[in-house]
Design a binder for this molecule. Structure first.
Ligand code: UD1
Length: 422
């Protein structure tokens, strides 16, 4: 079977401008949330990604009509015909777990299996299930299927989260929007995508306040209606393009971004010696100065430095003068890109949750494989800076999160071509 690869010929400073896509991590929960709404929901600025197509398929299987045209997803809901998410879809992406809250809210029942997605170490769903239990769902397991049943009603309650999980916060918001009574969620995740989901649900008639802060209040409603909503910009994609500029010593501009959402990531690039300018929805990066080490970066829940930005910044620091240290606190196995970066001449040692990066003067092109979504993006960033040609395979990972990656790199002036392998 033919496998595609991305050919990148690097070694020159990137110069150009790219428009950032809609956020994958917002579009997927919003599509799941459309299940809660009667009538038509129109989502615009949706990135064209394999995970978006998978979410659309799940909606159709549950009895909605979901249609994708260009960057618009239209979901029409006139009553669900099913409450089971097929195993094949659950395995394809982690975000399929986002259907748990909406199905329980709407149908009071959900049958699913363990979700797949990027292999970043164990990714349990215990907190999702616990939160739904606290709202009255009874959860049993039969032959690998997880059966969640709320009987006739789901009840609002006080839910303290043991960790501010993004997915669990989103599931609670969606389930509680149609539950009976009030829900108070404490230690909630504060990622900007949570506020985007709440803004969408409120536009559909929900009553949610505090989203984006540690405590979220949800007053359950008997029903929600569809609306038209524009998905927020993708902060991780924006950061990836900035990293490509930084690693190559280039000058790039990212437009259509939401700069405040990137603050902790921009702080790290500034510390590495890049000059950053912001004007409205544009972020300019001048990476023509020498790259310096960043002593210690710790991935943390928002507003801390995002775990999704860890791999791309590793590629930048691989070329910085001095020794940098990254500590990954969110996921266990999120250094799979490191082995591939070594093939390109990087000097990085991983020990447990820490990566020690000793900058090298230059990287060289190599044949490498994307181990997961952001790890794949990191390889492309490194390849843009490396002397000669790199061939990146495993593009299915990159396609889960970046719409037309090669074209975006092209807009930045990088020689990037998607090729078939026979
Ligand atoms: C979301 C993002 C993902 C990002 C992550 C952390 C989406 C679609 N994905 O993933 O890109 O990397 O936030 O910012 O928005 N955990 C449990 N039990 C659970 C749930 C989570 O132990 O039931 C653990 C996870 O294994 C991980 C940590 O909690 O160690 C954070 O996970 P979480 O915030 O839930 O990430 P996701 O929502 O899966």
């Amino acid at each position: 079977m033919a496998e595609e690869y991305l050919s990148i010929t690097g070694g020159r400073p990137l110069r150009g401008e790219v428009t950032v896509q809609g956020a994958k991590n917002s579009a997927l929960p919003l599509m799941a949330a459309a299940l809660l709404c009667d009538g038509e929901t129109v989502l615009t600025n949706v990135p064209r990604l394999t995970d978006v197509y998978a979410a659309s398929r799940i909606l159709n299987q549950l009895g909605c009509r979901s249609h994708i045209e260009d960057h618009t997803v239209t979901v029409t809901q006139k009553g669900l015909t099913g409450c089971e998410i097929p195993d094949a879809d659950m395995r394809q992406m982690r975000s399929s777990v986002m259907f748990l809250g909406p199905l329980l809210g709407r149908a009071k029942r959900c049958i699913m299996t363990m979700p797949g997605g990027c292999e970043l170490g164990p990714r349990p769903i215990d907190m999702h299930l616990d939160a739904m239990r606290q709202m009255g769902a009874v959860i049993t397991e039969e032959q690998g299927k997880i059966i969640c049943d709320a009987g006739k009603r789901l009840c609002g309650t006080r839910i303290p989260l043991p960790f501010p999980s993004v997915g669990v916060t989103e599931n609670v918001l969606m389930a509680a929007a149609l539950a009976e009574g009030d829900t108070v969620l404490t230690n909630a995740a504060r990622e900007p995508e949570i506020a985007d989901l709440a803004a969408f649900l409120n536009a559909c008639g929900a009553e949610i306040s505090g989203a984006g802060e540690g405590t979220v209040y949800i007053h359950g409603k008997p029903g929600l209606h569809g609306t038209e909503y524009c998905v927020m910009p993708d902060r991780i994609a924006a950061f990836t393009w900035l990293c490509a500029g930084a690693a190559t010593g280039g000058t790039v501009s990212v437009r259509g971004a939401s700069p405040p959402d990137l603050e902790s990531s921009l702080t790290v690039l500034r510390a590495a010696g890049c000059r950053i300018g912001i004007c409205g929805d544009r972020i300019f990066l001048d990476g023509s100065g020498a790259l310096r080490r960043v002593r210690h970066i710790r991935t943390m829940p928002y507003p801390g430095f995002p775990t999704d930005a860890q791999a791309p910044v590793t590629a930048v620091l691989a070329l910085a003068r001095g020794t940098s240290m990254i500590e990954e606190t969110i996921f266990e196995s999120r250094y799979k890109h490191v082995g591939e970066l070594l093939r390109m001449g990087a000097d990085i040692r991983v020990s447990g949750s820490a990566a020690v990066i000793t900058g090298v003067p230059a990287l060289h092109g190599a044949a490498v494989t994307a181990p997961d979504l952001r790890g794949g993006a990191a390889l492309a960033v490194a390849a843009a800076a490396a002397e000669g040609e790199s061939r990146i395979s495993g593009l299915r990972h990159i396609d889960r999160g970046y719409e037309n990656f090669a074209a975006s790199f092209h807009s930045l002036g990088c020689e990037a071509v998607r090729c078939g392998l026979h």
